[in-house]
Write a protein that binds this ligand. Structure first.
Ligand code: SAH
Ligand code: SF4
Ligand code: F3S
Length: 435
């Protein structure tokens, strides 16, 4: 039986969220209907992440949990990076999985659903030269802040990372397609566009890089805010840095992972930048955009990391004063060079380092939030808050801002930031006072 209703659950990075939205639109265009949050669905797509062991294992436990009380189960599609990494093996590991579809093949999902409905168990982890985007229906829904994938894959091969294997080689979408999709998203209500890519700042077309793309997007009527993520330090060119000082719609926020504060560790990670070259980039960005909120990613307990090297990571955190940052315990991934390295670090040591790093990051995050108190700024309203009359939106620095207002999602309102919490801000609407 062909399923009538579907549910898609996305894990991992924003690219997976974007892919989940596109799969939903694709199934929708073939006459299937999204099931409600608490409703049962005929088809469940688990859009998985392979980046760390925990995330990958979660995929299989989530599959197991789809068994219904009466012993039946929905049609189950394993999508995303676990699907890519495991391929047909996933089908063997869990007999409940009906479909295995990789991130570059999901335009085939509706056909595969048809095959599965007739009893087959299709697997597609090809990385075809033809862009899956060409097979997608036009955008018909958009959040106030909408994701738009402009680049996929990674050629960097950091020694700990699965992304080059699960997402394939770096490939950029054509400029014209990106601009068309941006216009379509704005037509359905987006005010902000977040450009996505595993290495978004590696995007290039005919010699023009991400800065040029951002400048062209900025000319589109109705597009008020532009962001991009995630960037690699080596692709942070001068044109992109300059755009931060010149393009009004480009928000003062930069997520630039460094991973470690030790040059020796960076070298064994194959990061191809040094601590110093990283800090120099941030200095340049700050010189054109002094208020920029900086963010990063860190890995603690990479094989061979000494206490002293870990402390160098803490020093980088103190030197940069991040507005926010993500930190992870190193997780050995099958097939990556680092998984085979000697000197894997003990769990207890990793736990301790992670805790110390997170304390330091939280300290700077709170300080950054406090430094914004009293600032008159604008907030893009995204959704309603817990209390009546309260809405939640984002400041230019990507802080969550709680504000009492009659404004609805998609509106940009004038706000004074009045209170800072560790993870969010409270704002007071200013238009009211001025009226
Ligand atoms: N392309 C981006 C991010 C990719 S994954 C970049 O290069 O910055 C997001 C983050 O997950 C990485 O920045 C890294 O900090 C973390 N990560 C990747 N592989 C990991 C692993 N094996 N163990 C722990 N953290 C990892
Ligand atoms: Fe992974 Fe490194 Fe590529 Fe980022 S740059 S996706 S960490 S290989
Ligand atoms: Fe995870 Fe794949 Fe994204 S491994 S972080 S979902 S690229």
């Amino acid at each position: 039986m062909i399923p009538k209703t579907f549910k898609i659950k996305s894990f991992g990075c924003q690219m997976n969220v974007y892919d989940g939205e596109r799969m939903a639109e694709l199934l929708d265009s073939r006459g299937m209907r999204a099931a409600g949050e608490d409703d049962d669905a005929d088809l469940v797509v688990l859009n998985t992440c392979h980046i760390r062991e925990k995330a990958a294992e979660k995929a299989y436990s989530d599959v197991g949990r789809l068994r219904r009380e009466d012993g039946s189960k929905p049609l189950i599609a394993l999508a995303g990076c676990v699907a890519q990494a495991e391929g047909a093996e996933a089908r063997r590991r869990s007999p409940m999985i009906d479909i295995v579809v990789g991130p570059q093949a999901y335009h085939r999902l509706p056909d595969m659903v048809g095959e599965a409905a007739s009893g087959k168990r299709p697997v597609d982890t090809d990385m075809p030269a033809i862009s899956k985007f060409d097979a997608m229906p036009a955008r018909r829904r958009a959040a106030p802040s909408a994701y738009l994938t402009v680049q996929e894959g990674c050629d960097k091969f950091c020694t700990y990372c699965v992304v080059p294997y699960t997402r394939g080689a770096e490939i950029g979408r054509p400029l014209r397609d990106i601009l068309d999709e941006a216009r379509a998203l704005i037509d359905c209500g987006a005010r902000e566009i977040v450009l996505l890519g595993q290495n978004v700042n590696a995007w290039r077309e005919a010699g023009a890089g991400l800065a040029s793309l951002i400048r062209q997007l900025a000319r589109i009527d109705g597009l008020e805010r532009i962001r991009y993520t995630t960037s690699h330090p080596n692709d942070m060119d001068d044109a992109l840095i300059a755009a931060h000082g010149e393009v009004e719609q480009l928000m003062p926020y930069l997520h630039l992972p460094v991973q470690s504060g030790s040059d020796r560790v960076l070298k064994t990670m194959n990061r191809s930048h040094s601590v110093d070259s990283y800090l120099r980039i941030l200095d340049k960005v700050r010189s054109v955009r002094p208020d920029i909120a900086l963010s990063g990613d860190f890995i603690v307990g990479f094989p061979g990391e000494t206490e002293e090297e870990f402390q160098q990571t803490l020093s980088v955190v103190d030197a940069v004063c991040y507005a926010s940052a993500y930190s992870f315990k190193y997780s050995p991934r099958p097939g990556t060079p680092a998984a085979a390295m000697d000197d894997q670090i003990e769990r207890a040591v990793m736990d301790d380092r992670l805790q110390r790093l997170q304390e330091r990051i939280n300290h700077h995050q709170s300080a950054f939030n406090r430094s914004r108190i009293g600032t008159e700024t604008q907030v893009l309203i995204e959704r309603s808050g817990r209390n009546p009359g309260q809405m939640i939106g984002k400041s230019p620095w990507l802080q969550s801002v709680h504000v009492e207002t009659a404004a609805t999602p998609g509106e940009i309102i004038d706000v004074t930031l009045v209170e800072a919490g560790p993870r969010s801000m409270t704002g007071a609407e200013r238009a009211l006072a001025a009226a």
